[in-house]
Design a protein around this ligand. Structure first.
Ligand code: NOJ
Length: 492
């Protein structure tokens, strides 16, 4: 937890998510790397972000894009070296950017030495087969047979990711040591992966059949079960306390807790903020978006807003290309920290992925290389053969959008700059059908039209930023009607 509870640096921070394999390749091998990230930090600083979150770069067989870690205290050679990580942390700090690392405590890679040398640290069935009916997040049963011992181990995700037994003190101490290791190297916080899966029912009881839809979307068979025993155990606080102790007092701890806001309180006793996944999954419909915001606002500044990341369809594919500017307006004017996934600031859409896929769960499409320069091979991402094909962006690359005041990139920059002026608090205000409107602080009003026809909006004073600056400039009187996909930030 942050030492100064009144004014933590992250209170309204913009955190830019970097997926290192797809950001910038520095050595022509087709994989992005840490030197590449360092070389592109000026883009992140120019955007106005406060921090970067780096998806995992530790040694990994890459069965789950690096979320299968084989050594928590080193760098995978495809991404560079520990010295490169140190240099990246310094380079970020020089630009006023804080650095968050992704730590994956729930499971290791099956190739982590612990699995062979310390099998007692994992969760095993005491039967000659699965212990129960639990399902893995990406499909299939959550138990697989270890060829070496013939015993069955638990995996909440891929079979290549055996779950650690978080009721064991040695597991808790080892993972707290990982946080401590990276804090000593200068990082400013962590995004903690899959926390709702950390601790399960101690008796490994069956999950009952689901009696309705899951609280958040689940893949395949997970949705057929009420996952009350396979995750989110009531004593999760003990495990989190032990884990978070490794981070010291000042680090920002962001929980990836895949639960609705009203189930997150026990996690927020130990981490600073947790992602508000209800908004990410909300249908682009005024009622659904309003409800998701209201539910996260109940967390009183402890919701981390996120509209896209490496796991889910990108914004144009989820909300529609017409609405990506309004989505940016929404995300960047909500109170509390907000996470922006690389490429969102360009309006980047999903790509085709590739065959055969790298990710069996179909997430390659959300992970195509960043688009730097339309005139350079592979959009400036690599001089080699990219691990996923470079895809064009409708509005153009960073270079193409940078000088255009009407671009999506300019909208992100302007909104991030303006965000500092919004003042405290937020109140949803009554608005007609299809419209979401709210007041920020005492002076600012935000309104956006999520409908597919023009809609009237409440009176709002003078425009600070319109989603489409070529339609309505700063200083103009806020219009009383918005076309589909339009929105504004105004000052009363
Ligand atoms: C959430 C991560 O964002 C995702 O990419 C990963 O597959 C799972 N956790 C399992 O670690």
């Amino acid at each position: 937890m942050n030492a100064d509870a009144h004014e933590p640096w992250w209170r309204d921070a913009v955190v830019y998510q970097i997926y290192p394999r797809s950001f910038q390749d520095s050595d022509g091998d087709g994989d992005g790397d840490l030197r590449g990230v360092a070389a592109r930090l000026d883009h992140v600083a120019a955007l106005g972000a406060d921090a970067i979150w780096l998806s995992p770069f530790c040694p990994s067989p890459m069965a789950d894009g690096g979320y299968d870690v084989a050594n928590y205290t080193d760098v995978d050679p495809r991404f560079g070296t520990l010295a490169d990580a140190d240099a990246l942390i310094v380079a970020a700090h020089e630009r006023g950017l804080r650095v968050l690392l992704d730590v994956v405590p729930c499971h290791t890679s099956i190739e982590h030495p612990w699995f062979a040398e310390h099998p007692e640290r994992y969760v095993w069935s005491d039967r000659h087969g699965p212990q129960n009916n639990w399902r893995a997040a990406f499909g299939g049963r959550a138990w697989s047979r270890d060829e070496r011992s013939g015993r069955w181990y638990l995996h909440s995700f891929y079979p290549e990711q055996p779950d650690l037994d978080w009721r064991r003190d040695d597991v808790r101490a080892a993972m707290a040591g990982v946080l401590d290791f990276w804090i000593a190297r200068g990082v400013d916080g962590f995004r903690l992966d899959a926390l709702d899966r950390l601790l399960k029912d101690p008796d490994l009881r069956d999950d009952p059949p689901a009696s309705g839809p899951p609280p958040l979307p689940e893949q395949g068979e997970c949705a057929t079960l009420d996952m009350r025993h396979s995750r989110n155990a009531p004593d999760i606080g003990d495990a989190l306390a032990a884990l978070c102790a490794g981070a010291g007092r000042d680090a920002l701890l962001v929980g990836e807790v895949y639960l609705p806001a009203d189930m997150i309180a026990p996690y927020l006793e130990h981490v600073d903020v947790a992602f508000a996944f209800e908004l990410l999954h909300a249908r682009w419909h005024a009622g659904a978006v309003r409800a998701a915001i209201a539910s996260a606002l109940a967390l009183e500044g402890r919701a981390a807003w996120v509209l896209s990341n490496h796991d889910f369809p990108r914004l144009p594919d989820r909300v529609g290309m017409r609405n990506i500017r309004a989505a940016a307006l929404l995300a960047l004017t909500l109170p509390g920290p907000v996470f922006v996934y690389q490429g969102d600031e360009l309006g980047m859409a999903d790509g085709p992925g590739r065959e055969p896929p790298h990710d069996r769960a179909g997430r390659d499409r959300h992970r195509h290389p960043m688009r730097w320069d339309d005139d350079a091979p592979h959009g400036g991402f690599t001089t080699g053969d990219p691990w996923l094909p470079a895809v064009e962006v409708v509005g153009g690359s960073v270079a193409a959008q940078a000088g255009d005041p009407d671009s999506v990139l300019a909208l992100y920059r302007d909104l991030i700059e303006q965000r500092r002026e919004l003042g405290e608090g937020m109140e949803l205000v009554a608005a007609g059908e299809g419209v979401v409107a709210y007041r920020r602080g005492v002076q600012h009003v935000v309104a956006l039209n999520l409908d597919d026809r023009p809609r009237p909006v409440p009176p709002a004073g003078e425009i600070v930023r319109f989603t489409h600056s070529d339609r309505c400039r700063r200083g103009a009187t806020a219009p009383r009607e918005l076309a589909p996909g339009e929105g504004f930030l105004a000052r009363v």
